[in-house]
Design a protein around this ligand. Structure first.
Ligand code: PEP
Ligand code: MN
Length: 358
């Protein structure tokens, strides 16, 4: 059985938690002025990266430890709590010494268990710290859970996850694909774990941030992690995705916060109908598999290969077309048919093997 996480509530008041601030602290003036403006919009949790894990060398890699001083100024002047990203033992130690309130582990770091363990070891004994763990770059939920467990094993119970999407090719509409089913699965496995969405790194462009933020809240996320810079077009990193503090305020005011649960008879009745549909679906799938096994027997008798790609290709095209006409996405039907086909192939291979044994 999967190890449980020992989770304490985050000390940030009520949800949705809103963390915002520039991708990077660039200088004292930019950090402090952005913080002041955001504070005036009601923000209480300020973020700014000091050590920037850039994909390519030569890009702005952050100001490093001298920016800690600027975050402390933000804390003093605005009263906000301050957050930054840590990737090494040294970063953690410097942040602990400085009195940073919240540290997050970035997507590239979560990918590496050695790095996460080093961070966990440095945090040992600092149970008062709050640590948020971003998803790894690849859509690997176990790597994400593993990182959360390493931090939790070090005695840190005020933990949370940040969903920032997963690396995809350049053709995707978003910088990082949401793959919402992954954080939803994380929530299913750890219902008490706070999960915050980072629509800025997910969208990659500021115009995507409002839609992704609302989608995340509609799906029950516990907060938002948003990049905001007082002059985004001059930002030294991620300039295309940062919001001005004014746009940040417009976004926050536009968010609709829906109730988590409100049971009534009409909803119960609809859910009964869904259960019935699912039962029918399982019956139909089982019928389809038994026909598929018959085909498996035929293929065995006639020395045919199990996988006939031309037939599958034909099925796929046909079903996608039918589903499309009924308002379902092509991608959805492709996934469903592919997974059904995989199970059919598995069952036919079983048939062949059993026959071989007999
Ligand atoms: C960041 O939050 O500034 C950052 C580097 O994000 P990510 O780790 O999600 O790429
Ligand atoms: Mn960034």
């Amino acid at each position: 059985m999967e190890k449980k996480l020992n989770i304490s509530p985050l000390p940030f008041g009520k949800t949705p938690y809103i963390v915002a601030g520039p991708c990077s602290a660039e200088n004292l003036e930019q950090t402090l002025e952005t913080a002041r403006q955001l504070k005036n919009k009601g923000l209480t949790l300020f973020r700014a990266g000091l050590w920037k894990p850039r994909t390519m060398p030569g890009a702005f890699e952050g100001v490093g430890s001298k920016g800690l001083e600027w975050l402390l100024q933000v804390k003093k002047v605005t009263g906000m709590k301050v957050a930054t990203e840590v990737a090494t033992r040294e970063h953690v130690e410097l942040c602990l010494d400085a009195g940073i309130d919240l540290m997050w582990i970035g997507a590239r770091t979560t990918t590496n268990p050695f790095a996460v363990q080093e961070i966990a070891d440095a945090l040992y004994g600092h149970n008062e710290m709050v640590i948020l763990v971003k998803n790894p770059v690849t859509p690997d939920i176990d790597l994400w859970i593993g990182a959360l467990q390493r931090i939790n094993n070090a005695g840190i119970t005020m933990i949370g996850a940040i969903h920032r999407g997963f690396g995809v090719g350049a053709n995707h509409m978003y910088r990082n694909a949401p793959e919402w089913h992954i954080p939803i699965e994380l929530h299913r496995r750890f219902p008490n774990l706070p999960i915050i969405c980072d629509p800025s790194h997910m969208g990659g462009k500021r115009e995507h941030v409002p839609t992704l933020s609302q989608q995340a809240l509609d799906m029950g996320f516990d907060g938002l992690f948003i990049e905001s810079h007082y002059n985004p077009s001059c930002a030294l990193s991620d300039s295309e995705q940062q919001l001005t503090p004014d746009d940040f305020q417009i976004l926050i005011n536009s968010l609709v916060i829906r109730r988590q649960n409100s049971q009534n008879e009409a909803l119960d009745a609809l859910r009964c109908m869904i259960d019935e549909c699912d039962n029918n679906l399982i019956d139909v799938l089982s019928k389809r598999m038994s026909i598929s096994r018959e085909i498996g027997k035929y293929k065995k008798e006639h020395d045919m290969q199990v996988v006939q790609t031309s037939r599958f290709d034909e099925i796929l095209k046909q079903r996608i077309m039918q589903a499309h006409e009924m308002g379902m996405s092509d991608d959805f039907m492709k996934k469903i048919m592919t997974i059904i086909h995989q199970e059919s192939v598995r069952q036919q291979i079983d048939i062949l093997n059993n026959k071989d044994k007999s």
